[in-house]
Design a protein around this ligand. Structure first.
Ligand SMILES: Nc1ncnc2c1ncn2[C@@H]1O[C@H](COP(=O)(O)OP(=O)(O)OP(=O)(O)O)[C@@H](O)[C@H]1O
Length: 648
């Protein structure tokens, strides 16, 4: 799935030097694409605006219905394209808006039904928020099933709540009260305005922190929580936003049809049509869903009217058509039209250009070290207070006691290591401290405050930052977007701030410089090497500016040069007062960097102390290091590993 990349943002960052354009074919050059896009969009807007001038009443009807579907698709794109939740209840919000307007118009016949349209939108948004609340914990297939159930439930209410909805008989709307010669203009213009507003909202969302948070949720909801993205609130707002203009469009649609009934207003086929529009045009793109809706609705009209021999147009042919289209889309155009066109242009532009593949890391220099803000002064001689306290922590998976009565502290200003054999529970401890898992028993205190029942984003806001054993960057985002996603606090007004801008963008670039990967800022994170991803994840966690930085195997699976760099970066940050908790199997790396060390075996801390003590501890040698390690220690340290001793 593609997303509109960093170009969507206002940044004051220096742009990298442009590639020579001579090798790029004329049609793929940025200027040509810009001009062509402007011409196509302007021409489409003019044709759409003036379409009621068309002499064909049936064509006018098709465009009005396509407008309703386009508004539905732009709304659904917020939930499906940006947030990654596939909903099959989108047309229910058209129905809710339609019924609201129909009921109010029946109750107050002297008021124009248009006056009730905003109320239809607000009610649809409120219902969508309720759906968001109900589905708070579900994802994937179970989410899809709940949305179908929601659609049927609303239809059931429309059928059964006779006094309000007139049951299966439906509600007849008043006739339009404007002169005959105006024809469909008021309906058409109202829907064009609603489409414009929904596009404006979608565009705005994508440029803001809110939109970036939604994409983080789509890419990896668990990880998004650990960098401070308050997923439930984001999802609730996304659901509400996705239905607002759709409900309004439903109100206009009801007035246009002159009649609402539960069968047509809550048909699942219409919801499928909206989903198809989004997929065909391109999920996560601005105009893709509109394009999809304007391609599918005429096709739908065609399927309704045409007949091939024994196959008559109408319901069945439409089903065959939708089914085949879905199949073709998945096989031939899984990304949709707009992303496929973009990829084509990108390929043409990249031809013959030397990419960043194999580019060397920028050297480390003191000038690239960003000033990290620490809430406390660096550690001083004498016993440091505990920044993190883990007391009697336990976690079982069935009969497997992964963490068993685990107790240890991380002194403030230290680089503490948590070591132990494979499966001893180190990553589980990390998951428990960062909130990705909830403990069965025990307490976790950060800075003296209990956090063991706090949600992952709450812990991130309090100052817990972590990386993962297998890096978990937001793969479809650019490197720069990844760096600016973390949020150290949450507030509704902050959601509207541009995603990448101002001082924050400059700090993100500072951090990219710090890890030597500034040249990669606009590269898709998923295309980086494993070691580069580790460094980017470190920069990402630094952007969160946590009190405690937890690194899960920072040296795992990366080359000796990068290991050395990682060690230097950690030392630099520690000198500035940052506290680290590290899980690592590379013993020379741990012994050269960390003090104190906690040793875990079978989920329990079996030894702790400074590196010298740990290396000599018989229990540690028995459980983890082994006698071989003792023999190996006597000669010089292993080549290619960290050469510098501890600076501590
Ligand atoms: N989500 C889970 N479901 C079931 N079992 C789990 C889960 N997570 C961890 N475990 C089990 O808990 C135990 C501890 O696993 P954990 O990943 O914490 O160990 P580790 O010390 O980090 O290992 P390694 O050094 O190999 O990364 C293992 O037996 C593992 O199979």
């Amino acid at each position: 799935m593609s997303i509109d990349k960093g170009s969507a943002y206002t940044t004051n960052l220096p742009t990298p030097p442009a590639a020579p354009t001579s090798a790029v074919p004329l049609w793929a050059r940025p200027r040509t694409i810009r001009i062509a896009t402007t011409i196509v969009l302007s021409a489409s807007a003019i044709v759409l605006l003036l379409f009621p001038l068309s002499p064909s009443r049936s064509a006018q009807n098709t465009v009005i219905i396509a407008l309703v579907f386009a508004i539905g698709a732009v709304g659904l794109n917020i939930v499906t394209g940006y947030t990654g939740y596939l909903s099959l209840s989108q047309f229910a919000f058209v129905g809710i808006g339609a019924y609201t307007v129909a009921i109010l118009a029946r109750a107050w016949p002297d008021v124009s039904p248009f006056a009730w349209v905003p109320i239809g939108g607000l009610l649809a948004a409120a219902m969508a928020c309720i759906l968001g609340l109900v589905t708070y914990r579900s994802r994937g297939p179970s989410f899809v099933i709940i949305t179908i159930a929601f659609l049927f439930l609303v239809q059931f209410i429309a059928i059964e709540w006779d006094e309000l909805t007139n049951g299966t008989a439906g509600i007849t709307m008043p006739l339009p009260d404007w002169p005959r010669e105006w024809g469909n203009w008021p309906f058409h213009l109202a829907l064009v305005v609603l489409l414009g507003l929904s596009l404006l909202m979608s565009w705005w969302i994508r440029r803001t922190k809110f939109g970036l948070g939604l994409i983080a949720i789509r890419e990896d909801e668990g990880k998004a929580g650990t960098v401070g993205v308050t997923a439930p609130v984001y999802k609730l707002l996304a659901f509400g936003a996705s239905a607002l203009f759709v409900g309004m469009a439903g109100g206009v649609y009801a007035y246009y049809l002159g009649f609402v009934d539960p069968v047509n207003m809550f048909s699942i086929l219409f919801s499928v049509q909206i989903v198809l529009s989004v997929i065909l045009g391109g999920r996560g793109t601005l105009f893709g869903p509109v394009l999809g809706a304007f391609l599918i609705e005429p096709l739908n009209t065609f399927a309704n009217n045409v007949s091939f021999g024994v196959i008559q147009g109408g319901g069945n042919l439409r089903l065959v058509m939708f089914g085949s289209l879905l199949l073709l889309l998945v096989v031939l155009l899984p990304e949709g039209i707009v992303p496929s066109l973009k990829a084509l242009v990108e390929r043409a532009r990249a031809k013959g250009r030397v990419g960043l593949s194999g580019a060397r890391l920028a050297p480390l220099s003191s000038s690239t070290t960003p000033a990290v803000t620490t809430e406390r002064a660096p550690a001083h001689p004498g016993p440091a207070r505990a920044l993190l306290e883990v007391r009697g922590l336990s976690k079982s998976f069935g009969g497997n006691h992964a963490v068993d009565d685990c107790t240890f502290t991380v002194p403030e200003g230290s680089i503490t290591a948590l070591i132990g054999p494979n499966g001893s529970g180190k990553t589980t401890v990390f998951n428990l401290v960062s909130g990705t898992l909830l403990a069965d028993r025990g307490e976790i205190l950060l800075d003296g405050e209990r956090v063991d029942r706090v949600a992952p984003w709450g812990r991130a806001h309090r100052g817990v930052g972590r990386t993962f054993q297998i890096t978990r960057l937001f793969r479809e985002m650019t490197v720069l977007e990844n760096i600016v996603t973390p949020l150290r606090s949450f507030s509704i007004p902050r959601l509207g701030v541009p995603a990448v801008s101002g001082a924050e963008a400059s700090r993100a670039m500072e951090l990219l410089d710090f890890v030597g990967l500034a040249a990669y800022r606009d590269v898709r994170a998923g295309s980086l090497s494993y070691g580069q991803q580790k460094l980017i994840e470190l920069a990402q966690v630094l952007m969160l500016d946590p009190k405690l930085i937890m690194l899960d195997e920072p040296a795992g699976g990366i080359n000796p040069t990068l290991i050395e760099r990682m060690g230097d970066l950690i030392r630099d940050l520690n000198r500035q007062g940052k506290t680290f908790l590290l899980v690592e199997h590379n013993m020379p790396f741990v012994l050269g960097l960390c003090d104190p060390i906690r040793v875990l075996a079978k989920g329990h801390v079996i030894a702790e102390g400074d590196p010298d003590r740990i290396q000599k501890d018989p229990a540690v040698i028995d459980a983890y290091l082994g006698d071989d390690y003792l023999l190996e220690r006597k000669p010089a340290p292993a080549a290619g590993l960290v050469t510098e001793g501890s600076t501590r």
